[in-house]
Design a protein around this ligand. Structure first.
Ligand code: SAH
Ligand code: SF4
Length: 433
């Protein structure tokens, strides 16, 4: 979502004459687009600010304006200015359309400009559309932002604000534009993307399944994905879409967080571990080759050894193709932060055990792909010359020997090796060099 937002910010700054540079010393403006989800992510912002602050005193540099955007800006606006006086602009995720004004204000007054409002008008309708896709062939498209679920560990409802779904027509127009720019894959994004309920052209609210059908029908769009979804918002309509829409990729990132009903309740997740098992069963019933990924939190306040064992049992039952797991990080202002905390050493031990199991499942999933024939969307050059890297329908990184002309296109590949984090294949299609 931050990649998508950064792209929209680039779009609004282009008419003012700004272009991207990879060289901080050349920049007239540096925007840190930040994440507040865990303490580690938020702290990175201050170490990074310490580094780029040097550019302000460096006579060989352009003495850039420094802006902090994203959820750290939203949550810690004033604190950022106190801790890092070199910052000129603080802009929350709902105020990016006001960047030109903030830049003008900071330049003219030489005082920091800050905007962390949640305006009534959605930012998307105010920002110009992108003129490129972030990676060749693939594009992200935010369809829903914010969250009303208030899981007790999570800052998102506070930093991204209340749940908002973009109207269908504006999503479809943006997807058409990405297709015209060469995208064949679109990933629909939202903090809680399957809560999507945007209004269609007739003014009726439609769900994510129907939105996916609209996007999949656009000429040139061959792959649709969505992320991140909440188990309690997995509707029958969305599950059915997995069986009905071939372009909808057979891979769902469905965070479960814990396998213990007690912990799930304390997290305010509003479903049980068995509910999750049943949802997965129905998804696999709709599409047999569907693979899953998930997020896990270990060491949530009050989590016992038995609770953690229940998480391991759930993982063993489901079998994940990929997963992300984190130690619980107490976030100021969220309900769980005030509860008695699990010791750091216990969190580390549980994380290592969980990641061990998840890594074994990922390796087994990759090994099981060997011998199959898959479509790969190629994204970038590999580390070795003559190598290109892309994604399988199941989101595996795939490396093959082939020409750079493959990048941005889909080609058939025979999988010949499975590793821990990627698979290797041989090109089956004739590709013009
Ligand atoms: N909307 C998604 C998750 C968004 S946050 C959902 O409902 O599942 C992405 C992931 O960060 C979460 O799934 C969770 O695993 C992790 N996360 C969020 N807050 C956290 C915290 N306080 N400590 C540790 N991990 C956290
Ligand atoms: Fe955070 Fe996701 Fe829960 Fe919303 S549903 S509060 S984004 S974890």
């Amino acid at each position: 979502m931050n990649v998508y937002d950064s792209q929209r910010m680039t779009g609004i700054l282009a008419p003012l004459g700004y272009e991207l540079t990879a060289e901080p010393a050349e920049a007239a403006l540096i925007i840190l687009n930040t994440c507040h989800i865990r303490d580690k992510a938020a702290e990175k912002v201050y170490s990074e600010l310490g580094r780029i602050r040097m550019l302000k005193n460096d006579s060989s540099a352009t003495r850039p304006l420094i802006a902090v955007a994203g959820c750290v800006a939203q949550a810690e606006g004033e604190e950022i200015l106190a801790r890092a006086p070199a910052v000129d602009i603080v802009v929350g995720p709902q105020a990016y359309h006001r960047l030109p004004e903030l830049i003008a204000r900071a330049t003219k007054t030489q005082r920091a400009a800050i905007d962390t409002e949640f305006p009534a008008i959605a930012k998307f309708d105010q920002l110009p559309q992108a003129d490129a896709t972030p990676s060749p062939g693939a594009a992200f498209l935010t369809v829903q932002e914010g969250c009303d679920r208030f899981c007790t560990f999570c800052v998102v409802p506070y930093t991204r604000g209340p749940e908002y779904s973009r109207p269908v027509a504006s999503v479809v127009a943006e997807a058409e534009r990405f297709a015209a720019l060469g995208a064949c894959e679109i990933t629909l994004l939202g903090q809680n993307v399957n809560a999507y309920h945007g209004a269609d052209e007739a003014g009726r609210n439609i769900g994510l399944g129907a939105l996916i059908a609209r996007v999949a029908a656009i000429a040139g769009i061959e792959r649709v994905r969505y992320t991140t979804s909440h188990p309690a918002d997995m509707t029958a309509e969305l599950i059915a879409a997995h069986g009905a829409i071939p372009a909808l990729m057979p891979f769902v990132h469905l965070p479960v967080q814990s396998g213990s009903d007690r912990v799930l309740k304390a997290m305010n997740r509003r479903h049980t571990a068995d509910d999750y098992r049943r949802i997965v069963e129905r998804l696999r019933g709709a599409r047999a080759d569907l693979a899953l990924s998930s997020d896990f939190i270990v060491g949530f306040p009050g989590e016992t050894d038995d609770d953690f064992e229940a998480t391991l049992a759930l993982v063993a039952d489901i079998g994940f193709a990929q997963a992300y797991s984190f130690k619980y990080s107490a976030r100021p202002g969220t309900p769980a932060a005030d509860q008695p905390q699990v010791a750091e050493a216990v969190k580390s031990e549980r994380l290592a055990a969980l990641q061990g199991l998840l890594d074994r499942q990922q390796s087994a999933f990759n090994a099981a792909s060997v011998g199959s024939t898959i479509d790969v969307l190629f994204e970038r050059a590999g580390r070795r010359p003559g190598q290109v890297i892309g994604r399988s329908p199941h989101m595996q990184a795939v490396h093959v020997d082939g020409p750079a002309t493959l990048i941005g296109r889909i080609a058939r590949v025979r999988v010949v090796e499975g590793g821990a984090n990627s698979i290797g294949g041989r090109l089956l299609d004739e590709v013009p060099a």
